[in-house]
Design a protein around this ligand. Sequence first.
Ligand code: BTN
Length: 260
Amino acid sequence: MKSNPSDLPAELAGLLAQSRARLGPFGSVHFFSEVTSTNDVAVPLPEGAVVLADRQTAGRGRRGHTWFSPPGSGLYASVVLAPVRSSDPTRATVLLTLAAGVALAEGVDAASGLRVDLKWPNDLYVSRRKLAGILAEASGDRVVLGFGLNTSVASYPPELHERITSIESELGRSVDRYPVFVETLAALSRRYDDLLLGRFDAILDAWRRRAPAAVGARVARTVDGNLVTGMTAGVDDQGALLVRVGDRVERIVSGELEWL
Ligand code: BTN
């Protein structure tokens, strides 16, 4: 089913207009009250386009997971990026999701004051509960970068409450979603500039500062059906996670990790 765009909610339109100068290429927001997945809607759109939906009927996460997307409870958005335009397209592409994680954390912090941790490769956590996730999907020479950010978990099934959190549950007060959204776009604009201009150290430094568990934390992952445990030993300059397993250091470029 093809959804039709809706008019921007007046409050969001006002905030976008006020912040225009800080949004760089991300000033054009296509708003939908309902879509299957914002990542699918964004595919044919040009670099810089932003898709925001109040609800997704088939929101997806990494590794085939579903992203629960009830109305009024989160930000479900996708932006279209072109890392090929960077001075170093290969490195910009591998560091893209780290840069996006930093930007989301900065946006949440700026709008609400909530301090968020990053978990490799690109999840946002507060006290070991997931606040937001990022799904980057290639589309030709562009990347559709989708993010889901929980603002309230009131309507989430109880079994999810142990694993996830929201800005409202962490702050203990109601939070307006649109200022958070606009601050994440402003932060994405700054970090996208870093990627395009080759300022990779700035991205890595910011990521490392917000990811205390990237060093010295016990983690586990499944390799060929076996559980392998180790100790995190930082992130290298290509964004790979280093994990000490026994007397050797493994370089992990993809996959999921569990904290122990
Ligand atoms: C993850 O942590 O597994 C990634 C979750 C990404 C969810 C967002 S919500 C907006 C965009 N549209 C989707 O279908 N997924 C991403």
